[in-house]
Ligand binder design. Structure first.
Ligand code: UN1
Length: 504
């Protein structure tokens, strides 16, 4: 079976036109979490080759920035077409490399298509304001200009969608892109670049090296982060990584979009539709084997409905199908690697030490012992202590009982991360309280849907240790452009602002 996954991946890459030497002759192995087997050997970049790519990207930017934005949108429209044609193949490669179910692999490619559609519309809507000026015979306005090279650093869990959010928007905004995918998912990186290359070929006269991929680990990321020609670094990953990236980019006054950890929670109130809450929590907590940054990790359940909902949840946990995600009817695939498994086990033992009752969490032998499959864990906690306040990138749901909504909201907010959140209620007052200024402190606050599965149309990101960045929809594009305030004097006088007199 490992053999067939490897040849499957290679066939897909060759259909995309990726040169075989790029994934067969290298020194860096790429593994499939489905079987734990190496499926490719890629050639890593170096700090020097990354610097060369950035210099080329900068030259591309200088040409691309003067291409009219709607024309830049045409490239992204073609990219969306290519993605539609590539959906099955790319979705399968995501499944092979990241261990997602076919439906989730395809869902990720769908997000890429959606952001392309969004960006095409945006290419005719990069609006600036006209602002009332205090001076007669003057006009004040703002103009949005392309920014420069955008460096994208992405994580294994959304190996293709996160790059596309950044790239589709960056391209219509007039920027070039250098992308470092996770070292755990280089193949999908090579495939995405090949798909974009098809669109570039059809487009015809785009500058060369408008979008490039650099493969490698931290040294390659560092080369992107420290290069003053990279105007914006958009980095998705752990808070630990963000603590390194943020200050380094700030030191050279570069711009950053940080999408870091989440410790997302749901609150189930007495008025909640429990059938709906059950399904939303099950998907939010167990989907993608708990490896989304938006995964539901904590659940506050009101005492009145606790004994109704929690046994049903435990039942769902006990019966969920865990296995090779490429086989039929499997909902939960593997963890990415052994480190993820070890992290999960140490969080579970810490939870036990803090008084928690653990259901599930044990390793399951699926495929080979080089692959790490686990039963998702649901842990009843006496209070929010120990590992509950940390993000563990694995399927662990900590469940706690509450009686007072205000206290539950305070506990909800009493963690370092602030990405996504949800309340399950049919009570208008509870809903509004949760969404108010004194409610959830997260970048995403939902009602009667889970914490994960955000649509691309909204701005995506979160507060506090989540990093504060916003990507994807709404006006997130503004981070990819520079704003100029322009004041034009069409009078014959020179009145100074604030009434200042300076007669010479
Ligand atoms: C991530 O996990 O890094 O909300 C991104 C979601 C997805 C994006 C997750 N649309 O689950």
């Amino acid at each position: 079976m490992p053999q067939s996954l490897k040849s499957d991946a290679h066939e897909i890459l060759s259909r995309f036109g990726v040169t075989a030497t790029r994934y067969t002759d290298g020194s860096m192995d790429s593994f499939s979490p489905v079987t734990g087997e190496a499926v490719a050997s890629v050639t890593p970049d170096t700090a020097d080759s990354t610097a060369t790519s950035i210099a080329k990207a900068h030259a591309a930017f200088l040409a691309w920035r003067t291409t009219p934005a709607p024309k830049r949108g045409e490239l992204v429209r073609l990219f969306g077409e290519e993605l539609r044609a590539a959906k099955d193949d790319l979705g399968r490669l995501v499944s092979i490399e990241a261990g997602k179910s076919p439906s989730e692999g395809a869902g990720e490619v769908q997000e890429m298509i959606d952001i392309c559609d969004f960006a095409v519309g945006l290419s005719r809507q990069l609006y600036g304001l006209t602002i009332a000026t205090e001076r007669p015979g003057h006009r004040m306005m703002e103009t949005w200009h392309p920014l420069g090279v955008v460096g994208v650093i992405s994580a294994f869990n959304f190996p293709v969608a996160v790059w596309s959010w950044n790239t589709a928007i960056a391209l219509v905004c007039g920027n070039s892109v250098v992308w470092k995918p996770s070292e755990k998912t280089p193949l999908t990186g090579l495939a995405c670049q090949a798909i974009l290359d098809r669109a570039l070929k059809r487009f015809g006269d785009a500058p060369e090296n408008l979008s490039q991929v650099v493969i490698g680990a931290a040294d390659v990321g560092q080369a992107l982060v420290d290069n003053p020609q990279v105007a914006l670094v958009s980095a998705t990953g752990s808070t630990r990584m963000g603590r390194i990236v943020g200050p380094r980019v700030a030191e050279r006054f570069g711009r950053c979009i940080l999408e870091l950890g989440g410790n997302n929670a749901g609150i189930v109130t007495p008025s909640a539709d429990l059938d709906m809450a059950l399904r939303a929590v099950a998907f939010g907590a167990m989907g993608t084997a708990g490896q989304r940054c938006t995964t539901t990790r904590r659940l506050f359940v009101h005492a009145d409905v606790y004994d109704d909902l929690v046994p049903r949840l435990k039942k769902a946990y006990a019966s969920v199908s865990v296995g090779n995600p490429l086989t039929e009817n499997v909902l939960v695939g593997p963890l990415i690697d052994k480190d993820a498994f070890d992290g999960m086990q140490s969080a579970l033992s810490a939870a036990k030490n803090a008084g928690g009752t653990v259901h599930g969490g044990e390793r399951l032998e699926v495929e080979t012992d080089a692959a790490f499959y686990v039963k998702p864990a649901i842990v009843e906690m006496p209070s929010q202590t120990g590992p509950v306040v940390e993000e563990t990138f694995a399927p662990i749901l900590y469940v706690m009982r509450y009686t007072d909504l205000e206290e539950a909201i305070a506990d909800h907010n009493a963690v370092a991360a602030g990405l996504s959140s949800a309340i399950f209620t049919t009570d208008l007052r509870e809903m509004e309280q949760f969404l108010s200024a004194a409610g959830s402190d997260c970048g995403i606050a939902n009602v009667n849907i889970g914490t994960s599965g955000a649509e691309i149309g909204g701005a995506f990101g979160g507060e506090k240790e989540t990093g504060g960045g916003r990507e994807s929809g709404s006006d997130a594009w503004k981070a990819y452009m520079r704003r100029a305030t322009n004041t034009i004097n069409y009078s014959r006088e020179l009145p100074l602002a604030q009434g200042v007199v300076f007669d010479i």
